[in-house]
Ligand binder design. Structure first.
Ligand code: ZN
Ligand code: ZN
Length: 217
């Protein structure tokens, strides 16, 4: 079984997720955007061993605690290579928002579309969902019926596409192609805001669901 704990961190109220396999106590941190110490304490309290840091994309609000966590645990960082450039530009991204951030070193392993990754005994499939950023991915856990959605799909919303590398047409196509086929009951855990389900969003999402005329395009 996979135990999933969400957090809310930093000026953008971003949600990192701590995933712990209850059988092996192996753990992942997804999108550690800030407050490395809080995330590290949660990991210790769970009696878990961190084996990977997985990034849904490389916007500043999702990567701010990566270097501090690398300093505590020598674990690999996973990112889709289409976001490598964004990761290299974290200080510039921060300046766009009037913030200061130190550089983040490159990712250690590329995520690829369709790849299966294991957190202990639990498996997820990597879905490349470009649009919010070129290298955005969602992580689908079939046994748990959970989707870690990054900033691709939100409750009644979608990720913004006005940042460098954003592409609204690509985003809508990604959601229709990769997310709408998932089971209705799939729990969507987003990078910001409230959780939702695939069935709810497919019906009611005003941007890309049936409510937006999805059935007719
Ligand atoms: Zn983002
Ligand atoms: Zn974000």
């Amino acid at each position: 079984m996979l135990q999933i704990t969400g957090f809310t961190v930093g000026p953008f109220a971003e949600h990192p997720y701590l995933l712990v396999c209850s059988e092996t106590r192996q753990a992942w941190l997804i999108d550690p955007g800030a407050e490395a110490e809080q995330l590290w304490q949660a990991l210790q309290a769970a009696g878990a061993t961190l084996t990977a840091i997985v990034l849904t994309h490389a916007h500043l609000d999702h990567v701010g605690a990566v270097e501090a966590l690398r300093a505590k645990a020598n674990v690999p960082v996973y990112l889709h290579p289409a976001d490598d450039l964004l990761l290299a530009q974290v200080p510039q991204q921060a300046r766009m928002f009037g913030l200061h951030m130190e550089p983040v070193r490159p990712a250690d392993h590329p995520l690829t579309h369709g790849q299966t990754l294991h957190c202990g005994a639990s498996a997820c499939r990597v879905l490349h969902t470009p649009g919010h950023s070129p290298g955005s991915v969602c992580l689908f856990w079939p046994a748990e019926q959970v989707l870690i959605a990054g900033d691709t799909l939100f409750q009644r919303g979608v990720g913004r596409t006005d940042l460098p590398g954003g592409d609204a047409r690509a985003l809508f196509a990604s959601i229709r192609r990769e997310l709408w086929p998932l089971p209705d009951a799939t729990r969507v855990l987003p990078g910001h805001g409230e959780p939702t389900t695939i069935g709810e969003e497919r019906r009611l999402n005003p941007f890309v669901g049936e409510a937006a005329g999805f059935g007719f395009v």
